[in-house]
Ligand binder design. Structure first.
Ligand code: PLP
Length: 219
């Protein structure tokens, strides 16, 4: 299967309200260009340097999403162009994004990453930390003019147990809905990867991040 065929068959299964982020980390620009030629305009990367290098050489109508863990001292390199940062997991990081967005005269959209898996290794906030950050940003609006928190991101446990994955995604959806009721900026629920995106959509995902099913396995 070619990248273009993979993309088309995935797109065909996605409901209209679900956005596809093509996760292109580790893949060469030529692979991304194949996806671009098939109409894909949103790409996800997990390393700032790699994303910047691709941004420099690729068409400028692409939206670049940072899906990886972000180190505060590297925010400045993507602030001029990044369109959505999925993995915001501290107030310190939100402050730095706001600062760098301001320097670039931009408003940068962000998702807060929530910890829903049972594994130890996944980054993210628990519900208390999540609400704390939202409260801080809302109560201190003039200091967060250049950042917009537009939703949540989460990763389920890497397991074959569909019930467990479903339970984790459903929990994130409930947290999302609880916030969205009184926050009109909350529109994006980023959950679902190659192995579990169908289930994520069933549970209410509005944005899926798919890599290997489009571009093939990574080394
Ligand atoms: C790599 C990655 C993906 C895509 O994973 P696939 O299994 O290749 O679809 C999605 N989300 C995040 C945060 C990732 O790091």
């Amino acid at each position: 299967m070619s990248i273009q065929n993979n993309l088309r068959s995935i797109q065909a299964t996605l409901p209209e309200n679900v956005t596809l982020v093509a996760v292109s980390k580790t893949k060469p620009v030529s692979d991304l260009m194949e996806a671009y030629k098939a109409g894909q305009r949103i790409f996800g990367e997990n390393k700032i340097q790699e994303m910047s290098e691709k941004w420099e050489v690729m068409p400028k109508d692409i939206q670049w999403h940072m899906i990886g863990h972000v180190q505060t001292n590297k925010v400045k390199y993507m602030a001029p162009f990044v369109s959505l940062i999925h993995g915001v997991d501290s107030l310190k990081l939100a402050q730095e994004i706001n600062k760098q967005a301001q320097k670039n005269n931009r408003i940068i959209d962000c998702l807060l990453q929530v910890y829903i898996a049972e594994e130890e290794s996944k980054f993210g906030l628990d519900e208390r930390e999540l609400n704390e950050i939202l409260k801080q940003v809302q109560n201190d609006k003039e200091n967060y003019n250049n950042i917009r928190i537009v939703g949540l991101m989460g990763m389920a446990t890497f397991t074959n147990n569909q019930n467990q994955i479903k339970k984790e995604f459903s929990r994130l959806k409930t947290i999302f809905d609880t916030i969205a009721i009184h926050n009109s900026q909350f529109t994006i629920l980023s959950m679902g990867m190659s192995g579990d995106y169908a289930l994520a959509i069933e549970c209410g995902s509005t944005m899926v991040r798919i890599g290997s099913s489009i571009f093939g396995n990574r080394n």
